[in-house]
Design a binder for this molecule. Structure first.
Ligand SMILES: Cc1ncc(C[n+]2csc(CCOP(=O)(O)OP(=O)(O)O)c2C)c(N)n1
Length: 681
């Protein structure tokens, strides 16, 4: 009996099997409308689990929508965080929140984040998005229930690809060891993951044998047979002394003819036409007020944009990318540079690439696509960042040149100890790729936005770190690190298209900053700037320096433009693409010659600014010489779902924020010490 009034103990509503079936179908429709309104999200996996969701939320779990924190409620842990919209619709149909609100999915400020966040939406038990953690959290909750003498259940929903994470099996061991019969795991066995069929990416079957041998009771059901699911949850409640896993056989994209069993629909949202076709397939032609929902989403978006714009620094005109003639730039995703380099240089027999089930999107698969002769050197490792990192170390130890990559947050944080001990300590030649770094994964939300990776990577002995500023520099940097640089190395780049601000002839020398100076206005933004190696430049009497890395380099260039137009200041920009070893000489010169330095990083503030500050404070060449500093970066907070450029504005790392901070610094620089405006009587 799912829906309970926790005050009276009365059942709020009982669903028949037919009603559960209908609810699941309707939830599929609302799911697709929300994805269409968001323009991104995961169609395939949300559709495959909707019958499970309906049974769980509307029938089998005991909870009270009016009291989401009722202590005796059953807990539902959505370990497969990317299937968040199904969770939201389960909650909404159960009455935890209005169904219509789910259409604000993935928009800036929405409680319906790209991946579930328990601090934003009542009823969400835990924050998830990094796969493989939910079962361990569930073990903790089940142990707590036992310690407290409570008899509620813990349900944990996972994917079959997710079973590749080693942590799942650590938790499976723990659950059996403690005989947690209050724990029920559900695996959505739709047989697909991102890079293809689970059996091809990294076989996980026979899951029944595996869980059984770990000491679990196993139930295998048709995950679209609502009656069978109801019975399975009933049986699970009776388990005397073992945790129970329900292996639910499902179809990815269930219910929509052109999405069923199609890997391409994993992380994709339907457009308006596809939505109409999908709703017809589901037999929901007129059942959902599609236009009203889409209008609601558009209104929410408009309010979010107005709020965002009202907080932006204002200047005499709009300097945003491509806003006017002079601000014209080409944009391309930085990540493509990785693929271009691997395609060009992968002929070297020592190069091996390790796939972590996100290969196409981060472009690491360009290494082997269309090149059958390289297939044996393409090593699909599944969703297993930790083991793959140590495997890369093993390959490097044997003379190979391994490249291992994923979202930056999963390729540097999930496996940090493996990077530290397996790779860095023995100083092995492993190239770690941190793709989709910073806020550029936008609507996916905080769990996927790597804003801390540089702290870890720059802090590791032997590790070299490069954050290229655009697609061209990303290609050059990859080639250098892959073939010419020995030792552990980390390359970090963004997902979305960012301005292309270097050319084939722009220098890229590992460890040497480039100096960029605004010369004369030109039709194309890039043509107005001159870029050379800093060590080849002389002092031009600039007023200040902006030191930037990665996608903040184009922002620093735009800031220099604003500073010239609005204040008449001349700016020296240092593109500090190599963060470790950092170009100390360029920093010392900037301090000495300009006396004012603003750092800009799309990261928690401190990775770049800390490195620059430690050069400034520890360099005898600067003793006794005042250098004023300020830092732009993320201010000790998590990101949010939203469009990438909205997040650049909202998290205050845009050119407008850099220019404003620089202008503040210049006021202080021009005042004699002790006579800053606020110090005057
Ligand atoms: C630790 C971690 N690594 C990588 C990802 C990126 N990712 C999101 S979904 C997914 C595939 C999941 O496959 P599966 O569990 O089978 O889910 P389904 O195919 O049903 O959506 C991956 C690799 C992630 N979210 N977390």
């Amino acid at each position: 009996m799912a829906l309970i009034d926790s005050v009276t103990g009365n059942v709020l509503r009982e669903y028949s099997i037919e009603q559960l079936r209908e609810a699941a179908n309707l939830m599929r429709g609302y799911d697709l409308v929300a994805l269409c309104a968001a323009g991104s999200g995961h169609a395939g996996g949300t559709l495959s689990i909707m019958d499970i969701t309906a049974v769980l939320y509307l029938h089998s779990a005991r909870h009270d929508p009016a009291h989401p924190d009722w202590p005796d409620r059953d807990r539902i842990v959505w370990s497969a965080g990317h299937k968040a919209p199904s969770l939201y619709l389960g909650l909404a149909f159960a009455g935890f929140c209005p169904i219509d609100d789910v259409v604000t999915l993935r928009k800036l400020g929405s409680p319906f984040q790209g991946h579930p966040h328990c601090l934003k939406l009542a009823g969400v038990e835990v924050s998830t998005g990094s796969l493989g953690q939910g079962l361990s959290i569930s073990v903790g909750m089940a142990l707590a229930a036992r310690l407290d003498g409570k008899d509620h259940r813990i349900f944990c929903l996972m994917g079959d690809g997710e079973q590749q994470e080693g942590q799942v099996w650590e938790a499976a061991m723990e659950a059996a060891h403690y005989r947690l019969n209050n724990l029920v795991a559900i695996v959505d066995c739709n047989r697909l993951q991102i890079d293809g069929w689970v059996k091809d990416v990294m076989q996980v079957e026979p899951l029944a044998d595996k869980y059984e041998s770990f000491g679990w009771k196993v139930l295998r059901v048709d995950g679209h047979d609502v009656g069978a699911l109801v019975s399975a949850f009933e049986t699970a409640r009776q388990s005397p002394d073992k945790p129970v896993v329900i292996l639910a056989d499902t179809v990815k994209g269930k219910g929509v003819s052109f999405m069923e069993n199609q890997g391409g629909w994993h992380g994709k949202a339907p457009n308006r036409e596809e939505l109409s076709a999908a709703l017809r397939d589901l037999g929901l032609g007129d059942c959902i007020p599609v236009q009203r929902l889409l209008n609601k989403a558009a209104d929410f978006q408009a309010v979010a944009e107005r709020r965002l714009e009202s907080r932006m620094p204002r200047f005499s005109r709009n300097y945003w990318w491509n806003a006017g003639d002079n601000m014209r730039v080409a944009m391309e995703p930085t990540r493509k540079g990785l693929g271009q380099s691997l395609a060009a240089n992968g002929g070297d027999e020592r190069v091996v690439c390790l796939g972590l089930d996100i290969s196409g999107s981060i472009t690491i698969s360009d290494f082997h696509s269309g090149k059958p002769e390289r297939e044996t050197r393409w090593l699909s490792m599944g969703i297993a960042e930790q083991s793959a990192t140590s495997a890369a170390a093993g390959l490097a130890r044997e003379g190979k040149l391994p490249v291992v990559g994923s979202y930056a947050t999963f390729s540097t944080s999930r496996n940090l100890d493996q990077i530290r001990v397996s790779v860095c300590y023995p100083n092995l030649n492993v190239l770690i790729v941190g793709a989709h770094a910073g806020v550029s994964v936008g609507p996916d939300g905080a769990t996927h936005q790597a804003l801390e990776d540089l702290f870890a990577m720059m802090g590791l002995p032997n590790m070299s770190v490069v954050a290229p500023c655009d697609v061209v520099e990303a290609r050059k940097a990859t080639t250098h690190l892959l073939l010419r640089h020995a030792g552990p190395k980390y390359i970090r780049f963004a997902r979305e298209a960012t301005p292309v601000v270097t050319t084939e002839t722009t220098p890229f020398v590992f460890g040497k900053a480039n100096r960029i100076v605004l010369r004369h206005e030109q039709v194309n933004f890039l043509d107005a700037f001159e870029t050379r190696l800093d060590e080849e430049c002389s002092d031009e009497g600039e007023d200040l320096t902006i030191i930037a890395c990665g996608p903040e380099v184009p922002e620093a260039m735009r800031a220099a433009w604003i500073l010239r137009q609005e204040y008449g200041y001349v700016t020296r920009i240092l593109n500090m693409h190599t963060l470790k070893p950092i170009d100390r000489h360029a920093i010392i010169r900037a301090g000495k010659e300009t006396g004012a330095i603003v750092t800009a990083e799309e990261h928690q503030v401190g990775a770049l600014s800390g490195a620059v500050s430690s050069v400034l404070t520890a360099s005898p060449q600067l003793y006794g010489q005042p250098v004023m500093t300020a830092a732009i970066g993320i201010q000790d907070r998590f990101g949010d779902s939203g469009a990438p450029w909205e997040l650049v504005k909202g998290l205050e790392v845009s050119a407008e924020h850099i220019a404003t901070k620089a202008a503040e610094l210049m006021v202080h620089k021009m005042e004699p010490v002790g006579a800053a405006p606020e110090n005057r009587v």
